[in-house]
Design a protein around this ligand. Structure first.
Ligand SMILES: *[C@@H]1O[C@H](CO)[C@@H](O)[C@H](O)[C@H]1NC(C)=O
Ligand SMILES: *[C@@H]1O[C@H](CO)[C@@H](O)[C@H](O)[C@H]1NC(C)=O
Ligand SMILES: *[C@@H]1O[C@H](CO)[C@@H](O)[C@H](O)[C@H]1NC(C)=O
Ligand SMILES: *[C@@H]1O[C@H](CO)[C@@H](O)[C@H](O)[C@H]1NC(C)=O
Ligand SMILES: *[C@@H]1O[C@H](CO)[C@@H](O)[C@H](O)[C@H]1NC(C)=O
Ligand SMILES: *[C@@H]1O[C@H](CO)[C@@H](O)[C@H](O)[C@H]1NC(C)=O
Ligand SMILES: *[C@@H]1O[C@H](CO)[C@@H](O)[C@H](O)[C@H]1NC(C)=O
Ligand SMILES: *[C@@H]1O[C@H](CO)[C@@H](O)[C@H](O)[C@H]1NC(C)=O
Length: 561
């Protein structure tokens, strides 16, 4: 009897202990959910997390009970892979690559014929995730399974070569639709009377779609007058809104309507149309697997006056998220935007210019191996302000100096600017700094030159005032990778024998990835230590003699490279 009571007493203790544990556990979960909701806005860049606060099972099965759940929103078929866009309920943590499998189903079957690992899983703004899957065998339908938990219903599948893929409502209330497959001539304005925009939830049912006139059509960017009923819909893009926004597509009159995954949303930040722009100078860049150059590039440009960096990430699989996060953590305003679309560099720059127009007076379009150099020692703001004093000047064209390996055989520890000091004598091409509101409504840009509105003009900068140091031919180890990975976007594949004479190739290198014996001495015509001297003078820590982007642990470093 006594024994029994004692035992039951001790099991009550255990029971209370467990209750307390469970309570704390749930409190912690709710707190993290609340925190995430608070942070899950534009500008915040969620990281993959390995735990989720809505268990996957629950989130998936919730579909049946009518509450929103994780689902396949769309699938886009590229020539060499497929992207599955997942939609998440608000505050649900994201799955990692290890939680997800690509599954391949026969039509009308729920039993996968094949199950493969995704090549990557990335996130986009606002509760979306992009899963990259190997292409499906003929006749099979692609979807995604969350391991040991369940298969998601396949979403609509679209081919990339005929698709409206992004859309945005501009300041003047027109809709800009980015499309693939119109096959218009580059750099030319097309006859906009041949095109319409279509708005609706399901564009395969034209009866339920709203149609609007195109204002301008050029280079696979279509601008339409947005119907009032679309403009006046309440704008809800926060994570608390489950409902998808309306889709928009483009119709070639008398022919066809492109498929669409493009949702109508107002451009970021236009709610507070500021009288005064927040930043004088911003930069847009597109990159792939160049995270290791980012710290130096951002820190240096902050020093000369850049305040905001828009990074369009074309499928990086290095640690770019970590690097961006650490820069944001040290108060650089850097954001990463997923841009998985292929051969769309011009469209990406137009997209970035639109995003930047509300907060930036000027936007530079440069790569992460390009650095604005001011031989006079002035800041970029001073030079831009002075050069644009005639108010019709809306584009500064800055010549580029191409640097060579400068005798180096190994990646320079102090970064590219302090490492490479020998270059070709003559400048090669140029990059632009533009005033986004002066861009022509067509948004045409060819090789970094935007067409301007009439009444505006460009000026060419004198390279003794402002020049770009382009670290184009770095040590072989870096250069080789750059071309392997096809970041040189103008040459589709450097191993093809096409475009052998292109300026984007290394002259005399041919098409083989074999290090020429004299590589380190090539492209060296004049010694140019201007930027190196400025960097060492400005950034060297007097105690450690290190530059701020220099790695403090050589061991770690060898892992990175
Ligand atoms: C199979 O799916 C198609 C649509 O893909 C549908 O039209 C057809 O009715 C389905 N057949 C069966 C037996 O469910
Ligand atoms: C854009 O549309 C909104 C909502 O209809 C309206 O309030 C605003 O005045 C419009 N802006 C312009 C520039 O037409
Ligand atoms: C939500 O989406 C459905 C279509 O999926 C649409 O019919 C409905 O009007 C939308 N509701 C709101 C409030 O936007
Ligand atoms: C970064 O810039 C954007 C505008 O482009 C602005 O809305 C945001 O508040 C800035 N963030 C910080 C932390 O300054
Ligand atoms: C992104 O990289 C891929 C190679 O993975 C390339 O085919 C594509 O054209 C690139 N996109 C842009 C916009 O540069
Ligand atoms: C400012 O611009 C004028 C031409 O508009 C030029 O003559 C002058 O050298 C510039 N000054 C500086 C400091 O760049
Ligand atoms: C845009 O450029 C075209 C020429 O390409 C010109 O006819 C048109 O007037 C420009 N648009 C504006 C708004 O200035
Ligand atoms: C650029 O400036 C230098 C020195 O200020 C001058 O000698 C040169 O003529 C200028 N070049 C051009 C093309 O204006």
């Amino acid at each position: 009897m006594k024994d029994r009571r004692k035992r039951s007493g001790s099991s009550w203790g255990v029971f209370f202990f467990w209750c307390a544990f469970v309570l704390i556990f749930f409190a912690a979960f709710n707190f993290s959910a609340a925190l995430r909701r608070l942070l899950f806005t534009e500008g915040f860049h969620p990281r993959m997390v390995t735990k989720w606060n809505i268990p996957a099972m629950e989130a998936i099965s919730a579909e049946k009970s009518g509450t929103p759940a994780i689902s396949v929103r769309e699938t886009v078929i590229f020539p060499d892979e497929a992207l599955v866009f997942l939609k998440y309920p608000p505050s649900a943590a994201l799955f990692t690559k290890d939680d997800i499998n690509c599954i391949y189903l026969l039509p009308n079957s729920s039993q996968p014929q094949l199950e493969l690992s995704p090549s990557s899983v990335d996130y986009d703004y606002g509760n979306h995730q992009i899963v990259r899957c190997p292409l499906q065998p003929r006749g099979l339908i692609l979807s995604v399974a969350v391991k040991h938990n369940g298969n998601l219903t396949p979403g609509p599948m679209h081919r990339w070569d005929s698709l409206a893929y992004e859309a945005m409502i501009d300041r003047d209330n027109s809709t800009i639709v980015f499309v693939k497959g119109l096959n218009l001539r580059s750099g030319r304005v097309a006859d906009s009377s041949r095109f319409k925009c279509l708005y609706g939830w399901d564009l395969t049912k034209p009866k339920f779609a709203l149609s609007a006139d195109a204002i301008s059509v050029a280079q696979e960017i279509v601008r339409c007058r947005t119907p009032l009923s679309i403009l006046n819909r309440p704008q809800r893009f926060t994570s608390s809104s489950f409902n998808d926004s309306i889709k928009v597509s483009v119709r070639v009159i008398g022919q066809r309507t492109l498929n669409s995954i493009a949702r109508v949303k107002r451009q970021y930040g236009s709610e507070q149309l500021a009288r005064e722009k927040q930043h004088e100078l911003c930069v847009c860049t597109m990159l792939r697997n160049q995270a290791r150059f980012l710290r130096e590039w951002v820190m240096y440009h902050a020093h000369v006056g850049v305040r905001r960096w828009f990074i369009y990430d074309n499928n990086s699989d290095d640690d770019i998220e970590g690097v961006v996060e650490s820069l944001v953590g040290t108060s650089y305003n850097v954001s990463r935007h997923v841009w998985p679309w292929i051969k769309t560099q011009e469209a990406g720059f137009a997209h970035c210019a639109l995003r930047a127009q509300d907060s930036c007076d000027w936007v530079g379009f440069i790569d992460v191996d390009e650095f604005f150099h001011l031989p006079s020692g002035l800041s970029l703001n001073d030079v831009v302000a002075n050069a644009s004093r005639p108010s019709e000047v809306a584009e500064l064209r800055v010549p580029c100096h191409s640097f060579g390996p400068s005798g180096l055989k190994k990646v320079p520890m102090k970064g590219v600017t302090a490492g490479y000091t020998c270059r070709l004598a003559a400048p090669e091409r140029h990059k632009s700094i533009v005033k986004p509101e002066a861009l022509n409504t067509s948004l045409i840009n060819v090789v970094h030159h935007f067409h301007l509105k009439s009444g505006f003009r460009h000026i060419n900068m004198n390279r003794s005032k402002l020049v770009i140091n382009h670290y184009k031919y770095q040590v072989w180890e870096v250069f080789k990778e750059k071309f392997y990975r096809r970041v040189a976007t103008y040459v589709s594949d450097w191993q093809q024998e096409r475009n052998v004479g292109s300026k984007d190739r290394a002259p005399g290198l041919g098409t083989k990835a074999v290090e020429p014996s004299d590589w380190s001495m090539r492209f060296c015509e004049v010694k140019d230590t201007g930027l190196r001297d400025r960097i060492l003078k400005t950034f060297t820590d007097p105690k450690t003699s290190l530059l701020p982007w220099e790695d403090h642990q050589p061991d770690e470093r060898s892992k990175i490279y």
